[in-house]
Design a protein around this ligand. Structure first.
Ligand SMILES: [Zn+2]
Length: 477
């Protein structure tokens, strides 16, 4: 069904001359998948519902992730058996699927590269019964999804960069799951190509992680068992992007203590924690919020406010690309609490609750850190990525992620780990789509990275700040 608002947008676009595009089903998609093995694999992977579930404490948080992991293991085993190749394949107790391939002859001293993608999909939108459809040779204009939703430039400004491309869309009732089954399909295809002997490579680890969408995956990757020197995640974002930096992130809970007195005798005595909390929130800088910042600007974000007269709790997250910037934001919260404690101290002095001047008490929790500091200490890693994009003919756009990636935590655990695009757009909802050309570019860039790494001495990656190593990565190969 199309609602009134959608009907109006559609009519406006039609009257401006834009033709409405209707996605095709069945045969057209099958023909395209017959031409691209990576696409056929992708379409297979999205059939299984692997939505992560934050309410479940166990890992993985949903049975679908275990099922997809088992399916992937079976396929990998069959591929290896068909080609009479030995592989090391295992699954951790948490459901993370790992495959390792030894270096091909002559590449034994190359750096050990880990490639990671996640099996789960976002909790925000259903991933059950995904029905992929195809917009063939996208002519531009609004795309009318089967459910009546309209995918257009207003929803997705990048869409018109893909005129002429084949685009996979949903029927408008579920997400597509390109985040991150596109990444998983790229990994599967690269394993197959490596087993077929299509390229030389150093030691490789392929890792299919779980529960990335609920922030648990980095802790579940068996880094010690893998023993890799550096890694890349293949996840999300527009073709050409290379994620080289993330926010530094901390969370803060401010406990606000009030004093509840019967309203009949409250005059001069009652201290309402709700009003104190409102005072706190009103003093956060209005131009440093997620809704008023972009690019490399950090922010304060109040994400939850709960409580009553006696006590309230304000939950905030703080974000900044600079570590010192984040420390300054924490200091700002501390000093705001001190100022407000002083402001309400007079009231508190005469109160009977013994809280004294401590009406506002902040508590901070570190969340993740900007991975760029780790990448700067290993400059060869980004240099190899840049060269990989160049050799795949994809202009690179180095991107600051206004959030965290798996790589943020993995980098600080010892695995320097930027992120390569999959090309998926509008992730986490029914407008999610995947231009096929972008998926193919993701595959090319990642394969090029494997091939370049095969020629990079391990020492050049590990001792990236060493001048000779940098000369090596900057030179011609
Ligand atoms: Zn993702």
């Amino acid at each position: 069904m199309i609602n009134q608002d959608q009907q109006k947008r559609l009519e406006a676009q039609q009257s401006s001359g834009a033709r409405t595009v209707r996605p095709q089903q069945g045969q057209a998609l099958k023909e395209l998948a017959d031409r691209h093995r990576v696409l056929a694999c992708f379409l297979d992977l999205i059939k299984m519902d692997t939505q992560a579930d934050e309410s479940v404490k166990a890992a993985p948080s949903s049975a679908g992730q275990l099922q997809l992991g088992a399916e992937i293991m079976q396929q990998l085993r069959q591929q290896a058996a068909a080609l009479k190749q030995e592989i090391k394949l295992w699954r951790t107790a948490d459901g993370v699927v790992c495959l390792q391939l030894p270096a091909t002859s002559g590449c034994e001293s190359a750096a050990h590269l880990a490639l990671l993608a996640h099996l789960d999909t976002a909790p925000d939108c259903s991933g059950a019964g995904v029905r992929a459809q195809l917009v063939k040779d996208y002519p531009g204009g609004p795309i009318l999804l089967q459910s009546g939703l309209i995918l257009d430039e207003a929803i997705c400004p990048e869409l018109y960069d893909h005129v002429g491309d084949d685009i996979i869309v949903t029927d408008g009732t579920t997400l597509l799951g390109a985040d991150d089954k596109a990444g998983c399909a790229v990994l599967m295809e690269l394993v197959q190509r490596a087993l077929e002997g299509q390229f030389a490579h150093g030691p490789l680890s392929f890792v299919f992680t779980v529960d990335e969408e609920i922030g648990r995956s980095a802790d579940l990757v068996p880094l010690v068992d893998l023993g890799a020197d550096f890694g890349v995640t293949i996840d999300g974002c527009e073709a050409g992007e290379l994620d080289v930096a993330t926010f530094n992130a901390s969370a803060c809970e401010v406990t606000v203590k009030g004093l509840s007195i019967h309203t009949g005798s409250a005059c001069g005595r009652l201290i309402n924690a709700i009003k104190l909390a409102a005072d706190f929130v009103s003093q956060l800088p209005a131009d440093e919020a997620p809704e008023t910042t972009q690019g490399r600007e950090g922010f304060y974000h109040v994400c939850r406010l709960s409580g009553g007269v006696e006590q309230a709790v304000i939950s905030l997250i703080l974000r900044d690309f600079e570590q010192e910037g984040l420390a300054e934001r924490e200091d700002f919260i501390r000093s705001l609490c001190e100022r407000l404690n002083a402001k309400y101290a007079a009231k508190a002095a005469g109160s009977a609750d013994g809280a004294g001047a401590e009406r506002f008490v902040p508590e901070f929790h570190a969340q993740y850190r900007n991975l760029s500091a780790v990448l700067q200490a290993h400059p060869a890693v980004l240099e190899l990525c840049r060269q990989a994009y160049a050799s795949a003919g994809v202009p690179v756009r180095e991107h600051y992620v206004r959030g965290g990636t798996d790589g943020s935590n993995l980098s600080y655990k010892g695995l320097p780990c930027p992120n390569i695009f999959t090309g998926a757009l509008n992730c986490h909802g029914p407008y999610e789509c995947l231009p096929v050309g972008s998926l193919l570019k993701s595959l090319q860039c990642t394969q090029a990275l494997i091939e370049l790494t095969a020629r990079a001495p391990r020492t050049a990656v590990l001792l990236g700040s060493d001048a000779a190593a940098l000369d090596w990565v900057a030179g011609e190969h």
